[in-house]
Design a protein around this ligand. Sequence first.
Ligand SMILES: *Cc1c(COP(=O)(O)O)cnc(C)c1O
Length: 393
Amino acid sequence: MNIEKSSFNTKLIHAGEIEDQFGSATVPIYQTSTFSFKSAEHGAKCFSGEDDGYIYTRIANPTIDALERQVAALENGYGAIAVGSGMAAATTIYLSLMSSGDHIVSTDAIYGPARSVMEKQFVRFGLESTYINTTDAETIEKAIRPNTKVLYIETPANPTIDITDLKACAEIAHKHGIKLVVDNTFCSPYLQNPLDLGADVVFHSMTKFINGHADIVAGVIITKEEQLYKQIRNMMVLMGCNMDPHQAYLVHRGLKTLAVRIDRAQENAMKVAQFLENHSKVEWVKYPGLKSHPQYEIGKAQMKGDGSMISFGLKKGFEAAKILMDNVHLALLAVSLGGIETLIQHPASMTHAKVSAADKQKAGITDDLVRFAVGIEHIDDIIDDLKNGLEKI
Ligand SMILES: *Cc1c(COP(=O)(O)O)cnc(C)c1O
């Protein structure tokens, strides 16, 4: 059976497997920094590329390879490059695709540090960036300059849950000869496959849904074509932002249950979204599964499910949000998302605190916005917890 061509849920369990001499059911952990060569000639051939034997773990390692093959299969990519964190994925992509004087156009409501690193660090090396509302194709067209090299999209965006049309973005990007990069963290490969919609590069913070158990920080980059794969892998190896074999093993273990975890989490999320929408103290709710979501149709067309991320605003704003956050007990008051546990946080004062007030306003990261990452606990308990918290307002 060709696992790489089988259905998604079968690939989740079996893609990337290693056949070892003992018939191990799981991927063995090759916890080694270096690999011995069979002979001087073999060593030389490993370095010249004539032999694909392992050399050194920063370059490649069998346990990490297994995870990379698995994720590449799930995203229908040419290959995957595992890295130490989601931010390592973002920065490796920036530095692989851009040179001094180049420009990137990006979603304004993106993961905070992915924006800060551009505006506060890489600007020193001559990289230029523009942050816009990418839900509007005309706004994207207007932001593209002669030196634009990358269109960088996060959809659904963090924390506004705005949805950007990926097919439309691919068309615009390729018309201008620029690369489309998509941060697919909020969906995971189970709910959205940007490479199939025309993206050139997709990446994940595997810290979130892919690992799924809030015990690992990790990232991965997947490319559509061989040439970009080689270019980005080379940058990763030189910068040294590789994964550790034990970390790769744990992500591989967590990833196998992705489908069942997300099925449950999004079933819960729909009920939470409906509960919030009908609550008298709630001003607005943004969830891809609600008809009131401004890009509901695009979400239905490009996502295979609605996910488990909800944003909402309370009628009494930030003061009420603080009371809610201090009075929920099941939901952890914590950043991150995509784990099996329910989390609540306030982006304007937490994950996006470093974005300027004006940019937050422009990106729709309002003071009243509460982000809710729905877990897989029993739905009645999640709703009771919210109900009790909201009563204290
Ligand atoms: C968490 C996150 C990142 C960064 O990932 P780390 O693993 O924390 O470095 C990037 N993008 C999105 C959408 C995220 O949620």
